[in-house]
Ligand binder design. Structure first.
Ligand SMILES: Cc1cc2nc3c(=O)[nH]c(=O)nc-3n(C[C@H](O)[C@H](O)[C@H](O)COP(=O)(O)O)c2cc1C
Length: 352
């Protein structure tokens, strides 16, 4: 199957309900209402830093797409909105443009339409495993130049690769290769999952290599479910996808996992569906959060700006009602955890 068809399939399937599996466990986090916040709503300040770069809000547009006509149009729309709201934007895997230079424009539209906000380049762990050192360095430099990236994200997507019809479940040597990426990039390295979460053990192994971990937890878009829906010929892969679409660490638990073992910058993603979910992610210990599927859907429906404005309003309201004037104060607000998250924290001996 052609890579172009796969990219467009991902866009269509991700925007349908069948891609949304389980819960990210934000219902397990209750922020305590502050009836006497002693601030005015207008004072709530969302400005913060994204890996050192000043941004207007603690959230951005997650890694999604590129490589086809449709993906190029979506990237241009997402980039315009990112620029307008002063928030960071990731692009989807740039591998397609490195093997097919004629589709580079579908990523370049991001730097053209969002010249002033931090942009994040993207490559996948399977490419790290397959490329030699010299070639990998070249790919990293080209991916960064293509969008004038402030940082580069490497995605870890083992579950997707194992159920994908044309998947490449090769992860041997990836940790060492991440060091090459970091050296070649000369800018922040984000290591991210794509919907199955990151544990404290993995976070500890990434310490000193990754400048940021993006948890990409379970409970939102499931690439296992998406690949399962794409698989026509292989009953085995269809069955694998059905069994494993429930596999992963819910995002709220993954934030606690990473926070307990990693002192670097922490990004929450996976199943964040409102500014309130995002506020809970920050209260749990994330510095920043990203949303993907809801913004893709909003872009396809022509209501992207309204959606971003809504997320901002929800986030500001969470801060006002907890008496947090700044993003730093939001990290400290009182909260209660539900039994599943509390049990997870206890069994895994996490500090959260
Ligand atoms: C259509 C689509 C394509 C994606 N492609 C990529 C990708 O190329 N690289 C990547 O790192 N993550 C990719 N992701 C995963 C997202 O970055 C994110 O980790 C995941 O969708 C969970 O967030 P969500 O629940 O808010 O959608 C993609 C997500 C979507 C919806």
């Amino acid at each position: 199957m052609g890579i172009d068809k796969r990219k467009d399939d991902h866009i269509y399937l991700a925007s349908s309900e069948l891609s949304q599996i389980g819960s990210a466990w934000f219902e397990e986090v209750i922020l305590i209402h502050n009836a006497l916040p002693e601030i005015d709503f207008s004072e709530v300040d969302l400005t913060t830093r994204f890996l050192g770069a000043p941004v207007k809000a603690p959230f951005g547009i997650g890694a999604m797409t590129g490589g086809t006509e449709l993906a190029g149009k979506i990237n241009a729309e997402l980039a315009k909105a990112a620029e307008e709201f002063g928030i960071p934007i990731y692009v989807g895997s740039q591998r397609i443009a490195l093997v097919k230079p004629e589709v580079k424009w579908t990523f370049e539209v991001v730097k053209q339409n969002a010249p002033h906000v931090p942009k994040v380049a993207n490559l996948g762990a399977p490419q790290l495993a397959e490329l030699g050192e010299r070639e990998l360095e070249e790919w990293v430099v080209q991916a960064i130049d293509m969008i004038d990236a402030y940082a580069i994200a490497i995605h870890l997507n083992a579950a997707q690769e194992v159920v994908q019809p044309e998947g490449e479940p090769r992860f041997k040597g990836v940790l060492e290769k991440l060091k090459i990426v970091k050296r070649a990039a000369g800018r922040p390295l984000i290591v991210k999952e794509t919907g199955n979460g990151i544990s404290k053990e993995v976070a500890a192994r990434l310490s000193g290599i990754a400048d940021a971990i993006d948890v990409g937890g379970f409970g939102g878009t499931s690439f296992v479910a998406i690949e399962g829906a794409r698989t026509k010929e292989s009953p085995l892969q269809k069955r694998l996808a059905e069994t494993y679409k429930w596999w992963g660490i819910p995002t709220a638990a993954s934030i606690c996992e990473v926070k307990s073992a990693y002192a670097g910058y922490l990004i929450a993603s996976g199943g964040i569906r409102s500014g309130l979910d995002g506020a809970k992610a920050i209260a749990l210990g994330a510095n920043f959060f990203t949303m993907s599927q809801p913004l893709l859907k909003a872009a396809l429906d022509g209501r992207l700006r309204e959606e971003i404005a809504m997320i901002i309003a929800e986030l500001k309201t969470a801060m006002f009602l907890t008496g947090a004037r700044t993003v730093q104060e939001l990290a400290l607000v009182p909260r209660v955890y539900g039994p599943r998250l509390r049990n997870w924290i206890e069994q895994r001996r996490l500090t959260c």
